[in-house]
Design a protein around this ligand. Sequence first.
Ligand SMILES: [Zn+2]
Length: 375
Amino acid sequence: MWLGLDDTDSLLGGCTTLVFHQLLKDLPCEYGEPRLTRLWPFANRRTRGNAALSVEIFCGEEIIPWLDDYWKSNIEPLSGKIGESEHSDRKQFPADPGMVLFNKQPDEIHYWNAVRGEISFIQGGTQWGGHGRIGAAASCSWRAHNATWEGIAWTNEERYVSEELLTKVTELHGTFLCRDPRTSRGLISPRGNSPILFGVRAINPDIATTATNILLEDCSDVIGHRVFKTNQSTGDHIEREYTHTVENIEIKKGGHVIINKSIICFSDSGDMNILCQWLESGDEISCIGLEYEGKLHLEGIRVLNSVSKLRPMCQCGTRMKSMGKNQGSRCPKCKTKSPNNWELSERIPPFKNWVQPPYDKRRHLAEDLSSYHKS
Ligand SMILES: [Zn+2]
């Protein structure tokens, strides 16, 4: 059977991963690998990281009364908690937890719909609670063909993780996104009000476990820790790559760049923003991102072709002038003629291949495209 949970957290610091961890600890039956699924970042009522949880449990329907009790005493009371956000103008919703139980894994299409767009409730199984049932069901339907792992630890104390051990796990082969290579700032601990002490990401469960155990040697006292299989860094939210010819570039006051009135690159996107500001009309680009309210929010871009068009240069060192359409050019100084109206030269972009926002500005779902840089 498949069990899913979502939407137990609010800005007050509830945390769905921790609620799920405690549920698994208490569960009176065997269970498979716990899964943390990030869903569409623009979902209407998304929680902060928009993560839902699920697990395969090995039991029959006799579990239902137990889950029913657990729901009423441990999860339902979290409903309606809401916090005021000081640094987010996005409307905050009260937690509206949902739990689902299915005899068999729901159709995979629910996952793809939920990671790439807005979805609603699905029927079937046994369901508890409210809005959270949507993400919970979507997480259950994830097939996990493409996955990464994250070792998470929770604490009630102030966050402390040893810098030295952070370096050790950063250097461990198979971990990723531990430290920002540009700023050397650690990326494993969230900011703000959350019981998560750290989340360390890895390409397989063994490395996630090893890295978690290393960090646990010197950090705040933890409530618990657990490794989750995740869809983070899979790029599952990206449906396709778009190719465009740049027609116009608009650079806003704060540094946001708008390409062809339809693609937005935010000012805090680092190299990606530098590249976008470099673009000129006529450039051919390939991009990925999420479409939202009629605009593509850029998550990756590469220049396919960029050619500058100038009048031919005369041997005397003077730029020639056109003698009229298809009439060739002439040097204004020594009157030498050229049959060509234009001279084309390749512009070399400041970054080759894919450029993405800095690590700390990427979505949880964003795939690291740096492997493309190597090819
Ligand atoms: Zn000349």
